[in-house]
Design a protein around this ligand. Structure first.
Ligand code: PGA
Length: 246
């Protein structure tokens, strides 16, 4: 399975700053990448996506669960298609927390994203309190089951599950290898019970949460993991290219 590295810019960079980023990033990027790289820009910078080196997959950080209509402030799948977006992040912990995204809403978003042909990065992960209460398994299982309710096995090739423990996102604390392996095992067991063991072993699982160019090596060594979702460290082109090359 080819490694995939996904950048999540979150609410960072104006369009001018994005252009500056693209210019340095393209110069630093190797000519022939041996992994897939996606960059999820804020909506307001997506129109600049075409300036990235052609090896880069352009992604969005969210999409509406509705096709169109009275949804002030929302962005639809068709609008993203218009901007040549190929991948969307769904269920990021920021959105679960600050935009009250429920598992049901996330399921609707995944369905609409698949209908429009996007690759989906589905984020799952337990909070600090859930971790201390030893509820990680229950939480991950529930998140995966409800997000994928009504999804067909042959659609799983378009879904990447990102294990992002909430306590590790944006905190500078990275999960231990054993915790990541344990989470990947839970995710695969869940996929196996809903779909099949083949679907479970083929599933792409990536890790996200405070990854840096220092810590990426240990993450990528883990055979359970086929890549990374990178927030803060993706905002500096030099640092992000180091992670891509890692
Ligand atoms: P971080 O963010 O790398 O800054 O922890 C990861 C993410 O939110 O996807």
């Amino acid at each position: 399975m080819k490694k995939i590295v996904v950048a999540n810019f979150k609410m960072n960079k104006t369009s001018f700053e994005t252009l500056e980023y693209i210019s340095s990033f393209n110069k630093l990027l190797p000519k022939n990448l041996d992994c897939q790289v996606a960059i999820c820009l804020p909506y307001t910078s997506l129109f600049l996506g075409e300036n990235f080196n052609k090896q880069i997959i352009i992604g969005a950080q969210n999409l509406s669960e509705h096709e169109q209509g009275s949804n002030t402030g929302e962005i639809s799948a068709s609008m993203l298609e218009d901007l040549n977006v190929k991948l969307v992040i769904v269920g990021h912990s920021d959105r679960r927390k600050h935009a009250s995204e429920t598992n049901e809403k996330i399921n609707k978003k995944i369905k609409i994203a698949l209908k429009h042909g996007f690759k989906v990065v589905l984020c799952v992960g337990e909070t600090k309190a859930q971790r201390f209460a030893k509820r990680t398994k229950e939480v991950l299982k529930k998140q995966v089951e409800s997000a994928l309710c009504g999804i067909y096995e042959n659609e799983l090739g378009s879904i990447i599950v990102a294990y992002e423990p909430v306590w590790a996102v944006g905190t500078g604390t990275i999960a231990a290898i054993s915790e990541i392996s344990n989470a990947a095992k839970i995710i695969r067991e869940t996929i196996s019970s809903i779909f099949s063991s083949k679907a479970a072993s083929n599933l792409q699982i990536v890790y996200g949460g405070s990854i840096t160019s220092q810590s990426c090596k240990q993450i990528f060594k883990n055979k359970e993991i086929s890549g990374a979702l990178v927030g803060a460290s993706s905002l500096d082109p030099k640092e992000f290219v180091k992670i891509i090359n890692c």
